[in-house]
Write a protein that binds this ligand. Structure first.
Ligand SMILES: C[S@@+](CC[C@H](N)C(=O)[O-])C[C@H]1O[C@@H](n2cnc3c(N)ncnc32)[C@H](O)[C@@H]1O
Length: 273
């Protein structure tokens, strides 16, 4: 496991994922009844944009730094930019919130959050960040297995799956996990993040998912450039299982601005399956 999210925190893909996550959570926490959120690949929770990894990659400069300075970003980004401003105050952002931070801040009393992380060093940092937060548990564990075992058998649940995709089986394990989660709780919703390299791999994933975990899917592609080189991350995709219907417009705004403003020659597509 070589992947370190510190190199990528606050990049275009985090903006898409975190803006959509906050919009989804806003809708789910407006509904009555407790919500359980399970994050299979949590990371460390908070990232230092002045640290050597972020400085070396420059990805946050091309992502969150540009979003915070933008005058034309759609309002669908407002919850994310507010969270970044709350952490940093005015001026250039030096800290960027990961999914655990954003989820823990969004939940209500009575909701719960389980954050899974497999790397001991990342988990130790996560545990420290989440200390004292109400309704939050962290697990040093394989998130795919933990999600199936720990999704509540009834009630509203959201599973976030955000693997590094450094292993070839991350696609298959994501499908298996969602099948297991939905067998356990038919009401469980999901948000999955994937890289967009070539369309064959992505379409294969969608076909397998439709077979293994039937339910309404909303797909949002953010293409940062034309998909001509399958060895590069040419963009990213979100796949939402059983999400509220009005997320379609939200995703169009978020992915459209990201591809149009931060990308070059790509575009966004949002569709249902
Ligand atoms: C893309 S990062 C997660 C970022 C985080 N979801 C966020 O949005 O802030 C992926 C994380 O998954 C961890 N990881 C890799 N394989 C894992 C597994 N099987 N179970 C749990 N965590 C895993 C990596 O160490 C890394 O910290």
């Amino acid at each position: 496991m070589n992947y370190r999210h510190a190199f990528h925190a606050g990049n275009f893909a985090d903006l898409v994922k975190h803006a959509a996550l906050l919009q989804l959570l806003a809708r789910l926490t407006r509904e009555p009844g407790p919500l359980s959120v399970i994050d299979t690949h949590a990371g460390r929770g908070l990232y230092d944009l002045a640290g050597p990894e972020a400085v070396k990659s420059g990805e946050a400069q091309a992502g969150i730094v540009r979003l915070m300075a933008a005058k034309d970003a759609p309002p669908e980004f407002a919850p994310l930019t507010a969270a970044v401003r709350k952490l940093n105050g005015a001026g250039l952002p030096r800290r960027y919130p990961g999914s655990p931070w954003l989820i823990a801040e969004a939940l209500r009393p009575g909701d719960s959050y389980l954050a899974c992380e497999l790397r001991p060093d990342e988990h130790a940092a996560l545990q420290e960040r989440m200390r004292g937060k109400r309704g939050v548990r962290t697990l040093l564990a394989d998130g795919y297995e933990a999600a199936v075992a720990q999704t509540p058998a009834s009630g509203r649940a959201l599973v976030l799956i955000d693997p590094p995709f450094e292993r070839a089986d991350d696609y298959a394990r994501t499908v298996e996990t969602l099948a297991g989660v939905r067998r356990r709780n038919r009401q469980a919703m999901a948000l999955v993040w994937l890289p967009l390299k070539d369309l064959e791999t992505f379409d294969g994933f969608l076909r397998d998912l439709e077979d293994a975990a039937p339910g309404p899917l909303r797909v949002a592609e953010t293409r940062m450039r034309p998909l001509t080189d399958p060895l590069k991350m040419n963009g990213c995709a979100l796949v939402l299982l059983d999400a509220p219907g009005d997320m379609a417009g939200v995703l169009e705004a978020i992915c459209g601005w990201t591809a149009g403003t931060l990308g070059s020659g790509g575009g966004a597509q949002v569709y249902g399956l």
